[in-house]
Design a protein around this ligand. Structure first.
Ligand code: FE2
Length: 498
């Protein structure tokens, strides 16, 4: 969706009031008998996904792409809104040995009751009305996809509340007495692109939201598109490219993109073409494109710092959780960790829209009164037994053996400069390969970066991540929070090693 920015923001109080109405008033989820079994669904914008929360514990979560093998579930075009995470939802239930009729609720991470026509929000999005229609009819569609489901069990959760819950209610400190702040930033929800709030004992207080068309996520999407990448999909490539450029367009970005005194921000329309020529299909990137990426990345970090500092000054809390697609920007996350004033910053590994499936379910469980259990790890997806793997290898006639010591065998292969495809346990929830479905290579050989990018069919400016033993990490890395298991922060290599 393209936005026409530059119009003044509408009163954020309208949205804050509406959200509080949802959380505490007539739209509040009706009481459920605890403990509850909740299936969370994300379907509307990007990355259709399903998650299952039983008795306050996250037991399964997966994106539909893991089953369809279609990245992001679908192409990010308007008509794609029809795609439900049918296979992921059925798998979640099967994984827990549940039938649809065992569920107490199904959450849908978009509340059509909060939405307003795109034109009223200053967005040029001619198909948005189809999206709204689809969302309104989602309970019926879900009942068709999951036979036995009563459409009345489907509960709409505001998009940014689902994002907020996906982080703050999954964090290691959920259940602590101490309140925790949450900052949500994405392309868009129903009518906002940002939420600043605080969770305490499972209840969210919203301090501020930024209404559309102002959106840091859409700003980054616009740049992604201008640089010849796929909008709503390839933003991480822009972040990688930024590290190769100089932010020489920063003055212009500072004029156009600004944080306000009230915890919100303004994103005025940017004429990208005057800064760097649009990259058409087949064209190469040049220095000016990397400089433009670096300028937007730097300005994003500056504005995020302003927003986080505003929230910290308002609440005085020590802990910050982040969610929304912008929270996948690991470079910005480290800046927030270092300079925002918060002692701790935590990001849930599926920070993008997939995570709203989990957040919706956690929100319902918290409102029902369940005690929530912190997320144990990103390995919440599908698992394969030894027998299943062996059957596949035989069918494909792939030679195989079973080393007595798998770690020693892998280390030997790496030392001999081999590439190891490491497949272990359940697949990761979220976009990053975190040691469950990862390619490994010797980090001591510089040429292995190019080699891995070739193996993966990626652009050569794309980075890879180091993996080290936890008790060695603080001696090797000098910046960013440790442990850092989700590839959501960047770290400097400490002087003795660098
Ligand atoms: Fe989102």
């Amino acid at each position: 969706m393209r936005s026409e920015r530059g119009i003044p923001p509408t009163s954020p109080a309208v949205n804050v009031e509406a959200l509080h109405g949802h959380l505490n008033g007539k739209h509040r989820l009706s009481p459920l008998e605890t403990p509850v079994k909740v299936l969370g669904i994300n379907a509307l914008f990007h990355d259709p996904a399903a998650a299952l929360v039983l008795d306050g514990r996250t037991v399964a979560a997966a994106e539909e792409e893991r089953f369809t093998r279609r990245k992001h579930g679908h192409r990010p075009v308007p008509f794609a809104a029809w795609e439900l995470p049918e296979q992921a939802a059925r798998w979640c239930l099967a994984e827990a040995g549940l039938e649809v009729t065992d569920l107490d609720a199904v959450t849908y991470s978009y509340d059509v009751g909060l939405a307003r026509p795109a034109a009223d929000l200053g967005l040029h999005d001619p198909w948005d009305h189809l999206r709204q229609t689809y969302a309104r009819e989602a309970p019926g569609f879900l009942a068709t996809a999951l036979p036995g489901l009563d459409p009345a069990q489907v509960r709409f959760v505001p998009h940014h509340v689902a994002h907020a819950a996906s982080s703050a209610l999954a964090a290691p400190y959920v259940g602590d007495d101490e309140p925790v702040d949450v900052l949500v930033l994405d392309g868009r929800g129903e009518c906002a692109s940002h939420l600043a709030g605080t969770y305490h004992h499972g209840r969210l207080t919203v301090h501020h939201t930024q209404e559309l068309p102002h959106s840091l996520g859409l700003l980054y999407e616009d740049l992604t598109d201008h640089l010849g990448f796929l909008r709503s999909s390839d933003e991480y490539k822009v972040m990688a490219m930024a590290s190769y450029g100089e932010p020489r367009f920063l003055d212009e970005l500072r004029r156009r993109v600004r944080a306000g005194e009230d915890g919100g921000f303004v994103t005025e329309r940017i004429d990208w073409q005057t800064l760097a020529k649009r990259v058409e299909p087949g064209q190469e990137w040049s220095r000016e494109h990397a400089d433009l990426a670096a300028s937007v990345q730097t300005r994003l970090e500056e504005v995020l710092l302003d927003l986080a500092r505003w929230l910290r000054a308002r609440t005085g809390n020590r802990r910050l959780t982040l969610a929304g697609g912008v929270a996948l920007n690991c470079v910005a996350n480290t800046v927030l960790h270092e300079d925002s004033g918060y002692d701790e910053v935590w990001v849930q590994p599926a920070a993008g829209d997939a995570g709203t499936s989990l957040g919706g379910a956690l929100h319902a469980a918290a409102q029902a009164g369940d005690a929530l259990v912190p997320m144990a790890g990103a390995d919440l997806g599908r698992r394969w037994t030894e027998e299943e793997i062996e059957r596949q290898l035989r069918t494909a006639r792939v030679p195989y053996d079973r080393p007595d010591d798998i770690a020693a065998a892998a280390a030997e292969c790496l030392a001999a400069d081999g590439v190891v495809a490491w497949f272990q346990g359940r697949s990761e929830f979220g976009p990053r390969a975190l040691g469950h479905r990862s390619l490994l290579a010797h980090p001591g050989r510089r040429e292995n970066l190019e080699r891995l990018n070739d193996v993966k069919g990626r652009e050569q400016f794309r980075p890879v991540a180091p993996m080290v033993l936890l008790d060695r990490a603080s001696g090797i890395f000098s910046r960013g929070p440790l442990p850092s298991p989700y590839m959501l922060f960047v770290h400097d290599v400490a002087p003795p090693v660098a």
